[in-house]
Design a protein around this ligand. Structure first.
Ligand SMILES: Nc1nc2c(c(=O)[nH]1)N=C([C@H](O)[C@@H](O)CO)CN2
Length: 118
Protein backbone atom coordinates (compact mmCIF):
# COMPACT_ATOMS: atom_id res chain seq x y z
CA UNK A 1 0.00 0.00 0.00
CA UNK A 2 1.17 3.52 -0.78
CA UNK A 3 1.50 6.17 1.88
CA UNK A 4 1.32 9.93 2.14
CA UNK A 5 3.31 11.31 5.06
CA UNK A 6 3.78 14.42 7.14
CA UNK A 7 7.06 14.58 9.08
CA UNK A 8 7.95 16.87 11.97
CA UNK A 9 4.76 18.93 12.03
CA UNK A 10 5.37 21.27 14.98
CA UNK A 11 2.33 22.55 16.86
CA UNK A 12 2.12 24.35 20.20
CA UNK A 13 -0.57 23.05 22.56
CA UNK A 14 -1.74 22.92 26.14
CA UNK A 15 -0.68 19.39 27.14
CA UNK A 16 0.41 17.70 30.37
CA UNK A 17 -0.65 16.45 33.77
CA UNK A 18 1.20 18.89 36.04
CA UNK A 19 -0.15 22.22 37.28
CA UNK A 20 2.51 24.25 35.47
CA UNK A 21 1.66 22.46 32.23
CA UNK A 22 -1.91 23.74 32.43
CA UNK A 23 -0.63 27.33 32.18
CA UNK A 24 1.81 27.24 29.25
CA UNK A 25 1.73 25.98 25.71
CA UNK A 26 4.40 23.44 24.75
CA UNK A 27 5.74 22.38 21.35
CA UNK A 28 4.67 18.98 20.04
CA UNK A 29 5.92 17.19 16.93
CA UNK A 30 3.73 14.98 14.76
CA UNK A 31 4.88 12.37 12.25
CA UNK A 32 1.88 11.02 10.37
CA UNK A 33 1.80 8.24 7.76
CA UNK A 34 -1.47 7.60 5.93
CA UNK A 35 -2.22 4.62 3.70
CA UNK A 36 -3.59 5.94 0.42
CA UNK A 37 -3.51 4.64 -3.17
CA UNK A 38 -1.48 7.21 -5.12
CA UNK A 39 -2.06 5.74 -8.59
CA UNK A 40 -5.02 7.98 -9.48
CA UNK A 41 -3.22 11.29 -8.75
CA UNK A 42 -0.07 9.94 -10.43
CA UNK A 43 -2.06 9.17 -13.58
CA UNK A 44 -3.97 12.47 -13.67
CA UNK A 45 -1.37 14.83 -12.16
CA UNK A 46 -4.35 16.47 -10.47
CA UNK A 47 -4.25 17.73 -6.86
CA UNK A 48 -7.99 16.99 -6.55
CA UNK A 49 -7.20 13.27 -6.75
CA UNK A 50 -4.57 13.31 -4.02
CA UNK A 51 -4.66 12.92 -0.30
CA UNK A 52 -3.64 16.56 0.14
CA UNK A 53 -0.96 16.62 2.88
CA UNK A 54 -1.38 20.38 3.24
CA UNK A 55 -5.11 19.99 3.96
CA UNK A 56 -4.40 17.27 6.53
CA UNK A 57 -1.65 19.37 8.16
CA UNK A 58 -3.91 22.43 8.44
CA UNK A 59 -6.75 20.40 9.97
CA UNK A 60 -4.46 18.71 12.49
CA UNK A 61 -2.87 22.07 13.40
CA UNK A 62 -6.30 23.67 13.99
CA UNK A 63 -7.42 20.76 16.18
CA UNK A 64 -4.24 20.40 18.23
CA UNK A 65 -3.87 24.16 18.80
CA UNK A 66 -7.34 24.27 20.33
CA UNK A 67 -6.92 21.08 22.42
CA UNK A 68 -6.02 20.80 26.09
CA UNK A 69 -5.58 17.15 27.07
CA UNK A 70 -3.48 15.83 29.94
CA UNK A 71 -1.95 12.80 28.23
CA UNK A 72 -0.20 12.51 24.90
CA UNK A 73 -2.05 9.18 24.52
CA UNK A 74 -5.41 10.97 24.46
CA UNK A 75 -4.31 13.59 21.95
CA UNK A 76 -2.73 10.98 19.64
CA UNK A 77 -5.93 8.91 19.69
CA UNK A 78 -8.14 11.92 18.89
CA UNK A 79 -5.93 13.05 16.02
CA UNK A 80 -5.91 9.54 14.52
CA UNK A 81 -9.72 9.41 14.81
CA UNK A 82 -10.02 12.80 13.13
CA UNK A 83 -7.79 11.81 10.20
CA UNK A 84 -9.72 8.57 9.64
CA UNK A 85 -13.09 10.33 9.90
CA UNK A 86 -12.32 13.29 7.65
CA UNK A 87 -9.89 11.99 5.00
CA UNK A 88 -10.11 8.96 2.68
CA UNK A 89 -7.26 6.95 4.22
CA UNK A 90 -7.25 3.23 4.94
CA UNK A 91 -5.12 3.56 8.06
CA UNK A 92 -2.99 6.06 9.93
CA UNK A 93 0.28 5.65 11.81
CA UNK A 94 1.02 8.53 14.12
CA UNK A 95 4.04 9.43 16.25
CA UNK A 96 3.50 12.22 18.78
CA UNK A 97 6.73 13.55 20.31
CA UNK A 98 6.95 15.88 23.30
CA UNK A 99 10.46 17.36 23.08
CA UNK A 100 12.22 18.29 26.30
CA UNK A 101 9.58 16.76 28.58
CA UNK A 102 12.12 14.46 30.25
CA UNK A 103 15.58 15.67 31.23
CA UNK A 104 18.22 13.87 29.22
CA UNK A 105 15.82 12.69 26.51
CA UNK A 106 15.50 14.48 23.18
CA UNK A 107 11.81 13.63 23.13
CA UNK A 108 9.24 11.28 24.63
CA UNK A 109 5.79 10.33 23.38
CA UNK A 110 3.68 7.68 21.74
CA UNK A 111 3.30 5.86 18.43
CA UNK A 112 -0.05 4.42 17.41
CA UNK A 113 -1.54 2.81 14.31
CA UNK A 114 -5.30 2.79 13.66
CA UNK A 115 -7.32 1.40 10.75
CA UNK A 116 -10.73 2.13 9.34
CA UNK A 117 -13.25 -0.43 10.55
CA UNK A 118 -14.15 -2.52 7.48
N1 LIG B 1 2.80 7.75 29.05
C1 LIG B 1 2.81 9.05 29.47
N2 LIG B 1 3.64 9.40 30.47
C2 LIG B 1 3.65 10.68 30.89
C3 LIG B 1 2.83 11.66 30.30
C4 LIG B 1 1.98 11.26 29.24
O1 LIG B 1 1.21 12.07 28.66
N3 LIG B 1 2.00 9.94 28.85
N4 LIG B 1 2.91 12.96 30.71
C5 LIG B 1 3.74 13.34 31.65
C6 LIG B 1 3.91 14.76 31.97
O2 LIG B 1 2.89 15.58 31.47
C7 LIG B 1 5.31 15.14 31.41
O3 LIG B 1 5.26 15.19 29.98
C8 LIG B 1 5.87 16.39 31.96
O4 LIG B 1 7.26 16.42 31.76
C9 LIG B 1 4.57 12.39 32.41
N5 LIG B 1 4.49 11.04 31.89
Amino acid sequence: MDHVFIEGLEIEALIGIYDWERRVRQPLLFDIEMAFDNRAPAASDNIAHTLDYKAVSNRVRDYVSASGFGLVETLAERVAELVLAEFPVQSVRLKLSKPGAVRGARAVGVMIERSRAS
